[in-house]
Design a protein around this ligand. Structure first.
Ligand code: ATP
Ligand code: MG
Length: 259
């Protein structure tokens, strides 16, 4: 059965998209079929999977706002095991369009139902906000991965994020469904400074076992890969960040198998 995992944190630049594309790539290396849903108007994940923004007809936002079937919008990527539901930049007015839909928080959930079992993992790259789009992602998900950057004020905003998760858990309970914090991922650790290790302690004290053992180091290959628009697992397979993402994929599979 396919599992749907949102990668969410309303804080910008914490490594959501980097995690989404590299986890997708690393899962595909161990023969898992992955659908990556790019729910961010910036469309970074779409680009990083080699999809030219002008090359497709429908984006995920057409599925949410214009009732386009999800199958019509899914694209194959260079990797035979990874499909993508792409985003498009500059979509205006989607929230106004959908605000009148009484079932608006469940649109993605309903649309994913029929196709999620075609995949082992459906990963959703969320935008840096807690608006309607992120709530749709959470309602459609079984679990959430929260990337937390190992930097000053890392925990800022997490209470608000956890409150939204609790609110969505309540919505899903009505349908006898659950939403878990699948894991908290520490990202961009600068191993040369003490500050990062303080954040690790703080986050582990708060989230305990939920924190993945894998910690993603800050690594120049990772930012270079973003610059060239490819996953670091392909750009520099032997780099520290690439190896950590492959380790993370193993941990994700283990956690999923345990549930
Ligand atoms: N481990 C890492 N080492 C070095 N740079 C990194 C690492 N992870 C991410 N980055 C860089 O940090 C920046 C932000 O990462 P990313 O886009 O993944 O964050 P995000 O949470 O998706 O941001 P947004 O909130 O804008 O969607 C990018 O330029 C990316 O290349
Ligand atoms: Mg992003």
């Amino acid at each position: 059965m396919g599992i749907v995992i949102s990668i969410a944190n309303q804080k910008g630049g914490v490594g959501k998209t980097t995690t989404a594309i590299n986890l997708a790539s690393s899962l595909s290396y161990v023969d898992k079929r992955v659908l990556l849903i790019d729910l961010d108007y910036q469309a970074n994940a779409t680009t990083c999977l080699g999809i030219n923004r002008g090359s497709f007809e429908y984006s995920v936002f057409d599925c949410l706002a214009n009732d386009v079937a999800i199958e019509k919008a899914i694209l194959h990527t260079d990797s035979p095991l990874i499909d993508v539901l792409p985003a498009r930049t500059m979509v205006e007015g989607i929230e106004e369009k959908i605000i009148t839909n009484t079932n608006r928080d469940f649109i993605l959930h309903t649309k994913l139902k029929d196709i999620k079992d075609h995949f082992d993992y459906v990963l959703i790259d969320c935008p840096p906000s807690l608006g309607f789009v992120t709530i749709n992602a959470m309602v459609a998900s079984d679990g959430i991965i929260i990337p937390v950057q190992c930097e000053f004020l890392a925990m800022d905003g997490l209470t608000q994020l956890l409150n939204i998760i609790r609110m969505v858990q309540g919505k899903k309970k009505v349908n006898m469904e659950t939403l878990t914090v699948f894991g908290v991922l520490l990202t961009m650790l600068d191993t040369r400074s003490n500050a990062g290790y303080q954040v690790i302690n703080e986050v582990k004290t708060y989230f305990g076992e939920k924190v993945f053992q894998t910690i993603i180091p800050r690594n120049v290959s990772c930012s270079n890969a973003t610059f060239y628009g490819v996953p670091v697992t392909e750009f520099s397979p032997k780099s520290k960040s690439s190896l950590s993402y492959r380790q993370l994929a193993k941990e994700v599979i283990m956690r999923h198998d345990e549930t």
